[in-house]
Design a protein around this ligand. Structure first.
Ligand code: NAD
Length: 434
């Protein structure tokens, strides 16, 4: 099929590339000409394992192209995907400005009755609103069909998730559109859930809210474990073997971040409020997460008192490993607080340093070298469980730091290894090794 994808961020780029890989002719459109130029030359604009090879392969085969001109991508398309951002407004609701602009771009440029597929995460009711917006603004009486096809990929494994997903959700108003999209998605091999549009929109928010709930739940259990002398890892293992619970998303830590969970949980609370429903459970999930992000600071304060002038190695800037995405990373909560407490911060990340410099400025030091970060540090804080950190030889903390004091927000190390390496070690929901 001839497909246009509007927006080449994490979702749009991976979607467009994957659709070209399974044999469609895909044009990816982005308003940012610098992204388009890089991508047209086979240079990925995001860090995502396996993506570069697929971009280059499909550019070469002619199945994939990039443009900053909407007309170029839309005039010929049979199916148009909207994959632009839906960031959080100050009141927590989803900002639909980019989706609405994409809708106007579609209306102005399509030349046939296309199917418009909304991949962006949007509040229930948005698909109908966008359909009306497009149909009111098209030329020559063109009328589109709308479909909700929410995205479940995880940054850091987006390509793998696209080709080995757990399910593909397709919400439509009619069977014919559902059949066309089911056939289009069939090569991805995942079970396809066809449903109505509002349910499809709701599946996305409910899934993210449930995962966030699991994380906040285990973090609360971790805090109780600390107070009661239990070990959250043992507890999670014992819980997770129960099939009704499952082992995933039961890893205690400094809380969830990223471009989805924080904004989608807030958006669902707003959405519930609009329907006169007070979503107390989800409000608590968000509150627990906000609190969790600063717990390590409390531990640091009770260990050191003042940290004025202390050299602090912050290990990890990305909100999780294998991505350069910094959106809502706990590092961005932690670092300004450490600076305000007078610490001298050096931040380590293997790939997100240049992104971070743009956002955090140059008041702190940065490095892509773990050893340089630890060198002469008074203490270290682990924010991201990068493999380079997780698999590090624990001897380096002793050999490089002034004192081997480590606050681990990701429970990277087994306690017996920590003991062997004689670290002073504080983690989440496990006994301190002081
Ligand atoms: P992003 O911010 O990384 O990318 C959005 C892109 O759209 C940008 O490159 C921007 O320049 C472009 N854009 C904006 N308006 C445009 C227009 N009118 N025409 C052409 N291009 C335009 O966003 P993302 O992280 O890919 O997220 C996109 C959507 O997918 C969001 O709704 C998000 O909630 C959802 N989602 C994201 C993830 C994820 O892991 N990032 C996972 C599932 C769902």
């Amino acid at each position: 099929m001839k497909i246009a994808v509007i927006g080449t961020g994490y979702v749009g780029l991976v979607t467009g590339v994957a659709l070209s890989e399974i044999g469609n002719r895909v044009t990816c459109i982005d308003v940012d000409p610098s992204k388009v130029e890089k991508l047209s030359n086979g240079i990925p604009t995001i860090y995502e394992p396996g993506l570069e090879e697929l971009i280059r392969k499909n550019l070469e085969s002619g199945n994939l192209s990039f443009t900053a001109k909407h007309q170029e991508g839309l005039s010929d398309a049979e199916v148009v995907y909207i994959a632009v951002g839906t960031p959080q407004r100050p009141d927590g609701a989803a900002n639909l400005d980019y989706v609405e602009q994409a809708a106007r771009d579609i209306a102005a440029n399509i030349t046939r009755n296309v199917i418009v597929v909304i991949k962006s995460t949007v509040p229930v009711g948005t698909n109908f609103h966008i359909k009306d917006l497009i149909n009111k603004n098209t030329k020559n009486g063109i009328q589109i069909k709308i479909a909700s096809n929410p995205e479940f990929l995880r940054e850091g494994s987006a390509v793998k998730d696209t080709f080995h997903g757990d399910r593909i959700v397709i919400g439509t108003e009619d069977e014919q559109t559902a059949d066309i999209l089911a056939e289009l998605n069939q090569p991805f091999g995942a079970p396809i859930v066809t449903t109505d549009i509002s349910s499809a929109e709701m599946i996305k928010y409910s899934s993210n809210a449930f995962l966030a709930t699991k994380i906040s739940f285990i973090n609360e259990i971790a805090n109780l474990c600390e107070a009661m002398g239990a070990n959250v890892e043992e507890v999670a293992k014992g819980m997770g073997l129960d099939h009704r619970i499952g082992p995933d998303f039961l890893k205690a830590g400094i809380g969830y971040g990223g471009s989805c969970f924080p904004k989608d949980t807030n958006a669902l609370v707003q959405l519930a409020g609009n329907a006169n429903h007070d979503f107390n459970l989800l409000k608590s999930v968000i509150e627990v997460n906000n609190h969790q992000q600063v717990l390590l600071l409390n531990k640091i304060e009770s260990r050191f008192g003042s940290i004025q002038g202390k050299r602090v190695a912050v290990l990890g800037l990305a909100f999780k490993p294998n991505t350069d995405d910094l959106r809502e990373s706990p590092a961005f909560v932690m670092i300004p607080k450490l600076c305000a407490m007078g610490a001298d911060v050096i931040a380590y990340d293997p790939i997100a340093v240049s992104n971070a410099k743009r956002q955090l400025g140059t008041d702190i030091d940065y490095t892509e070298d773990l050893h340089e970060a630890l060198n002469n540090a008074d203490f270290a804080i682990i924010i991201t469980d990068w493999p380079s950190v997780k698999n590090a030889d624990l001897a380096i903390f002793n050999t490089l730091m002034k004192e081997p004091v480590v606050f681990d927000g990701r429970n990277c190390y087994a306690l017996d290894k920590v003991k062997q390496a004689t670290l002073e070690y504080y983690s989440i929901g496990r006994p301190d090794q002081a």
